[in-house]
Design a protein. Structure first.
Length: 714
């Protein structure tokens, strides 16, 4: 089957993301190659090696490669995927700038296990700050190789040559000598440099650091961009799978007689996997409803009300993350001690695109097109579960419609692969929204117990921070405290269903607790919360973003609660420093919160694409309103009650506040940008609500009912 049957030319060109059928790619790069392959000394990876030849780890001596066509088009291969964060644009900027080619000449090939170097996955805001420098180093070497080849061709030396838009000339002249495409014409070249080429200094970049429109924007707005669920394979069947009523349920029997009676239905029974296949998804769904199944149920004795006591009594193991000074000394030095407990609920990723996969056999290879953050991880899983060699499984990840950590697991890919192997037919598994909520790995419910103190001069003198089940990311003290300790508590299999990474894992929980506690101490000191933070900070980067956001917001100093509804919060994530200020209005009769405006300043080192980064910041602000005000999972035992948006409120367009963003200009190492701006939203809104009403909220989300209860307590 030729892959072009399911990948229209207009999609690949307009999305700036190109794929090849592997054997066709090898033909292109064989004896009649019309391009240039650069092999880098950074690692042993050969572009023509099968996945089985590649070490399955993310090496420090990275592997990167590119292909230069006769027309000067540069294809960049990366195991990263595009799920809305914009790396399809920013990585292209980086390659173009380092290689000295036009930006519009770079085409990205992403997330294809047959064509791309191994990558553990797209998460943790690592694409730019970790893969990016590796790619820049590779591009620098490629540029050096090309200059060396040009020097040989023209009887010159590489140091006398320069490059502009992929055309090489003698420095100081405009006369072109040879282009990258001409050097590559008809030959396959393997050449290593005798010396290591270093990437440019940040001050030298011209494409990086400039705002670029998303290369996938037009195709997505026009509805032409293809996601996993948009593909159709000839002869493809839709799968509807029998799902248990609860995570505590085990199937003991299933009567599929009535389902089999429907014409055209294929029933698959493989241990616990029972599925209906049909070329019409509605008929498959109808047949599924006819199955009579019996289960045994074993539930944990817990629900969304008792979960916090349950977690605290689950025998968690303590791990000291950070310790400085002595807590006893800190307590003795404190004029006032504040002992508080903070809570947050389970939260869904709620990506607009549900988990989807298509599996089909292409000659001797199983191909799976899947929405996932980890194509190579999915390949490992399928090979392990189905007993296949790596070179017999190809994973292709097209555009992914949001993930936020939830598409690192890819159960749907294994389901599709199993069903395709058993039936011998191409099979699509496209989860319904109900299945998405049932199988999603939620942000874990968590508890933070915090004991802090201030001395007579309003300096923070004690910080005893204990976080249960959220993890330690974002638990940094941030402020200057002589006597402090941070402890993280965790236990295996404690949750009644699956939990996992959720955008900036754990950091929203930890920042909410820390920044709420800081405001509590500021209010008790009678000091403006902005001034109190500056008084207790020495970190110049944090001071920088706080002052920047204060100028952006127009902060005027006042003791809280001032009645203005102003809030402030700051934090660190993925190497970036971020600070928020917000203004809210609270209806004291209904508990409804209107977020009027939010300002955000971010120090992320050198920013590759300011336009794209600001879009990420705005997206974080909007998404953050959800976990802050409404989003939580209702459940009893392992039975999840929340099954769709009728009972799970995500932010609406009508909620959108006025948003102002500022990225500090730095010529320093690039840091993460996809997650930092979400971490402060709980804290900044909680502090703004307190400033407006005098009511302190200790649990996320801060629903109208919880706000009214806090107001009633005075």
């Amino acid at each position: 089957m030729d892959y072009t049957e399911i990948s229209p030319d207009k999609s690949t060109s307009e999305s700036n993301n190109i794929w090849f059928k592997r054997r066709d790619f090898i033909k292109l790069t064989g004896g009649s190659l019309a391009g240039l392959l650069i092999f880098f000394r950074a690692g042993p990876f050969s572009l023509l090696a099968t996945p089985a030849d590649v070490k399955r780890s993310l090496p420090t001596d990275y592997n990167a490669f590119l292909k230069i066509d006769e027309d000067g088009t540069v294809s960049c291969f990366t195991g990263k995927i595009e799920m809305g964060q914009g790396v399809i644009t920013s990585l292209a900027q980086m390659l173009a700038d380092e290689l000295d080619v036009s930006f519009n000449k770079v085409k990205m090939v992403m997330g294809d296990t047959d064509l791309c170097p191994y990558d553990a996955g797209t998460w943790g805001s690592l694409s730019i700050r970790v893969f990016g420098p590796a790619m820049l180093a590779a591009a620098a070497e490629a540029r050096g190789v090309l200059l060396s080849l040009a020097a040989e061709k023209c009887g010159s030396t590489a140091d006398k040559l320069t490059v502009k838009d992929g055309v090489i000339s003698i420095s100081g002249t405009n006369e072109p000598l040879v282009s990258y495409g001409e050097l590559a014409k008809g030959r396959r070249i393997e050449k290593f440099l005798d010396t290591v080429s270093k990437p440019k200094d940040y001050a030298e970049y011209k494409i990086m650091g400039s705002s670029m429109l998303r290369t996938d924007a037009v195709s997505k707005v026009k509805g032409e961009a293809l996601f996993a669920g948009d593909y159709r394979i000839p002869g493809m069947l839709y799968a509807k799978i029998l799902r248990p009523p609860s995570h505590g349920a085990t199937l003991i029997s299933a009567d599929v007689t009535a389902a089999k009676a429907i014409p055209g239905v294929i029933v698959i029974e493989d241990k616990q996997l029972i599925a209906i296949l049909h070329n019409d998804p509605e008929i498959a769904e109808k047949a599924l409803r006819l199955i009579k199944a019996e289960y045994t149920i074993s539930e944990k004795q817990v629900d969304d009300k008792s979960i916090y006591d349950y977690l605290l009594n689950s025998g968690a193991e303590a791990k000291v993350v950070n310790e400085k000074g002595d807590l006893t000394t800190g307590k003795s030095a404190s004029k006032t001690v504040f002992e508080k407990t903070y809570y947050n609920s389970y939260v869904a990723h709620s990506a607009i695109e549900t988990h989807t996969a298509i599996a089909y056999q292409d000659e001797d290879k199983l191909v799976v097109i899947v929405s996932t953050q980890s194509p190579f991880g999915v390949q490992d899983m399928i090979c392990r579960e189905l007993g296949l060699a790596l070179e017999k499984v190809r994973i292709i990840t097209p555009f992914v419609g949001g993930a936020f950590g939830g598409k690192a697991p890819a159960q749907q890919a294994l389901e599709a692969a199993q069903l395709a192997r058993i039936s011998g037919k191409p099979v699509m598994v496209n989860w319904t929204r109900e299945e998405e909520f049932f199988y999603d790995t939620f942000r874990p419910a968590a508890v933070v117990k915090l004991n802090s103190g201030i001395d007579a001069q309003s300096n923070i003198s004690l910080w005893d921070y204990n976080v249960y089940y959220a993890g330690s990311r974002g638990s940094d003290t941030v402020y200057e405290v002589p006597d402090q300790r941070t402890t993280s508590y965790a236990a295996r299999n404690v949750h009644p269903f699956g939990t996992g990474a959720w955008r900036a894992p754990g950091n929203s929980t930890n920042t909410f607790a820390r920044e709420s506690q800081i405001d509590i101490m500021a209010a008790a000191s009678g000091i403006d919360p902005f001034e109190f933070r500056l008084k207790n900070l020495k970190d110049e980067r944090m001071i920088g973003v706080l002052k920047a956001v204060a100028g952006l917001f127009g902060w005027t100093r006042a003791k809280s609660p001032s009645g203005r509804g102003y809030g402030i919060a700051c934090g660190i994530d993925a190497g970036s420093y971020v600070a928020h200020m917000a203004e809210v209005k609270v209806d004291n009769k209904t508990g409804h919160v209107e977020v009027v405006r939010v300002a955000c300043a971010q120090d992320m080192g050198f920013c590759v694409n300011p336009h794209g980064s600001k879009m990420q910041m705005e997206g974080c602000i909007m998404m953050g309103l959800g976990y802050t005000l409404t989003e939580e999972i209702a459940f009893t035992g392992s039975n999840i009650k929340t099954s769709n948006y009728g009972t799970y409120q995500i932010p609406l367009f009508s909620w959108q506040p006025k948003m102002e963003t500022l990225i500090l200009e730095k010529k320093e190492a690039m840091q993460g940008g996809g997650e930092p701006a979400i971490i402060c939203m709980g804290g900044v809104i909680a502090n703004a609500i307190f400033d407006a009403t005098g009511a302190r909220l200790f649990q996320l989300p801060m629903t109208p009912e919880r706000i009214l209860a806090a107001i009633s307590k005075g």
